[in-house]
Design a binder for this molecule. Sequence first.
Ligand code: NAD
Length: 250
Amino acid sequence: MSISFPAKLTERLAAAESVCVLTGSGVSAESGVPTFRDAQTGLWAKFEPEALATMEAFQRNPSMIWDWYEWRRKLVRQAKPNAAHYALANMESLFPRFSLITQNVDGLHQAAGSQKMIEFHGNIMRTICADEGCVIEDYDASQSPPPCPRCAAYLRPDVVWFGEAIDQGSLDKAIALADECDVFFAIGTSAQVQPAAGLAEVAMQAGACVVEINPQRTVLSKRANFALHGAAGEVLPLLIETLTPALSRN
Ligand code: NAD
């Protein structure tokens, strides 16, 4: 694949003091973890994720929702970080200030070596008590869902479901990072899930250069300063390769 990046973009990046990146499930698509909006195959194809990833769905049918997460956890356990995850981990050392906010719950950024990051929507591999919210590590995995060993309420995955609030500390931090960056990237996200989607708006209002990387057009494409249409695992390594000579001169 060959992409030529606009000179204005590489100049802006080479001069950037602070870069903030928001990633969505598209970044993990090349690792075999399906995005929500891609057609899913098999057992779960007939369900809308919005109808499964909610507290109402869990209350209605706890066993079905637990089993859906078990299926997704199995996919995540088998998945390995791809070139996009590694490129983002490398970007930490390329700019004076760099931050990564991910909507992904799969832990693949950390597996690739990213350290400065916010897991906006939690982590699917962590389990919490549905009543008290405390993290539970030992439980009877033969039950669906397992009961909390402390209070017997159901256990659930530590992810933010549709309609649930983001942890206030993470939200405040993410808004501050979007507000102070010179360049904001939205990568592999359909830019439809709030409040994550609003971070690009915060960056835009503050005068940052907004760059989208996505093979498809999204609601953000028209408003972004640069919309790079391609897979994150192809575009990001090429972008870093193009930038490295300019960044090492700084
Ligand atoms: P989304 O499903 O709404 O959108 C995914 C976007 O990724 C689409 O715009 C698609 O065109 C794009 N895409 C597909 N392949 C790509 C690639 N190779 N490179 C770059 N972009 C690619 O996902 P979202 O915006 O992240 O929001 C949905 C919610 O789903 C989030 O809250 C997230 O927590 C959750 N989710 C997470 C995972 C995960 O952790 N891997 C997986 C599914 C859903």
